[in-house]
Ligand binder design. Sequence first.
Ligand code: ADP
Ligand code: ZN
Length: 300
Amino acid sequence: MKSDLIAAIEAGGTKFNCAVGTGPDDIRMRTRIETTDPTETLREVFAFLDQASKQVGRFSAIGVGSFGPVDLNRGSDTYGYITTTPKPGWKYTDLLGSLGEIFHVPVGFDTDVNAAALGEYTWGHGRACEPLIYITVGTGIGGGVLINGKPLHGALHPEIGHLLIPAIMSDAPEPDGICPYHGSCLEGLISGPAIAARWGFPADTFAPDHACWGEFSTLMALGLSNLILTLSPQRIILGGGVMHQYHLFPMIREEVQRLLNGYIQTRELIEDIESYITSPGLGDDSGLLGAMALGIQAQQ
Ligand code: ADP
Ligand code: ZN
């Protein structure tokens, strides 16, 4: 087992989480940097890496999991860039830039959610699950997919957060979704800000029996059922701030079973749905530790 130090960067729209260590039980140093403009944020990230290498020792690889969309195609001129993001100031940002050159180490790179899936696959609730899907529900919604333990890329990479969901009959004061591209997609309807915009108050203020959670479970279950039918995952892990509402898990599971209506007869769905649709084993660190796992892979 390799135990070289790895630097991990989870690049998020609100904050960058950075750490140096070897795994979940051995994080030697970590920090949280607010996401402002690319120059300032990346300067702080570089400063942390520099300080960490002096304080805890030189790291032998860097792993980066980033919000996107990102260019994952190594042959492309914009490999390592955040590309068409609507986030102000971050369109076509060269994220990897000179990271590897400055620190003279290999750099692994993927989406934040592919990284989170890899973190869960390596150390969390996704071990040996082929395929594995990880979805985060927070400021946005994103989903990563691992097939045979490898992040699925493809023409771009999965954009599960933008699955198109019909704005079904809703009791929400504002029934339409808020995605600037699609209006009513998963992210436009049930991300944290979407719940706040559509139901009138921040998502964390609603009681567990509020109607917004019934709607949330129905819409999330629609998305998950389509993913189950398409990719046949062996497990789906749901993380992110909104999924701290743990009462949602049984509601979503029940709705998935209702929608699939006995058509898919797998042990996972029928006998063990508690493990099938589940929370992250690494808590809120799936993405950061996933970035560490990307760094470990980049070494090999
Ligand atoms: P980010 O997606 O920015 O990385 P989070 O995953 O914490 O960060 O998501 C933030 C969003 O999740 C906000 O819209 C917030 O209102 C919502 N949120 C955070 N905690 C909770 C909670 N316990 N219950 C419901 N919504 C929450
Ligand atoms: Zn959308």
